[in-house]
Design a protein around this ligand. Structure first.
Ligand code: HEC
Length: 160
């Protein structure tokens, strides 16, 4: 591909991104309660960020080293309830009380964690860096949780 083609393609991506953001905005602006329980609340900023930039190199090769034992899953659940549920909701639907007035809203991670985009490196990066790269209210956890704890959380997210 020459530079012109690359530019044309990235221009089209930016247009597409803008369009779907506007559409999301319309859906989110729907009547009260529409987003509760998380019909469409996915993290569009984050998805667009990754489409444009890819994941930072230090995260790209990350793989969950755990065997996802019952113990890891139980630990992941406890970590989830104490660090994430306030925003993402007890069942991961993006409907926790602390997330009600955030913009963007917390994502429905119970659903997202089962989608192909939710790779090990993607989830590890998201939890480590939080909202810093995408200007959201999600806190970074890299100085709060140990590497093993992040993997236990991820194991739990995939099964919740
Ligand atoms: C203060 C509220 C808050 C807390 C606490 C929080 N998050 Fe989030 N989270 C958000 C918001 C807002 C978004 C959507 C914007 C973004 O992607 O940063 C989000 C997005 C995400 C996403 C990306 C979903 C997608 O569609 O790409 C994942 C995964 C995630 N959070 C996991 C977690 C986990 C696991 C924890 C606990 C360790 C946690 N979050 C704690 C607010 C929070």
């Amino acid at each position: 591909m020459n530079m012109k083609t690359v530019l044309a393609i990235s221009g089209a991506l930016v247009l597409l991104a803008g369009l779907s953001q506007a559409q999301m905005g319309m859906m989110q602006g729907g009547g009260p309660g529409m987003m509760r329980g998380g019909m469409m609340n996915m993290s569009m900023q984050r998805h667009h960020y990754v489409m444009r930039n890819g994941l930072p190199g230090e995260y790209a090769g990350k793989r969950n080293p755990l065997g996802n034992s019952a113990e890891d899953l139980a630990r992941g659940k406890t970590l989830y309830q104490s660090n994430c549920a306030a925003c993402h909701g007890a069942q991961g639907q993006g409907d926790g009380p602390a997330g009600e007035n955030l913009n963007p809203r917390p994502a429905n991670i119970a659903r997202f964690a089962k989608m192909p985009m939710a790779s090990d490196p993607y989830l590890y990066w998201t939890i480590s860096e939080g909202g810093t790269p995408v200007n959201s209210a999600m806190p970074p956890f890299k100085n709060v949780l140990k590497e093993q704890e992040i993997w236990q959380l991820i194991a739990y997210l995939r099964r919740m």
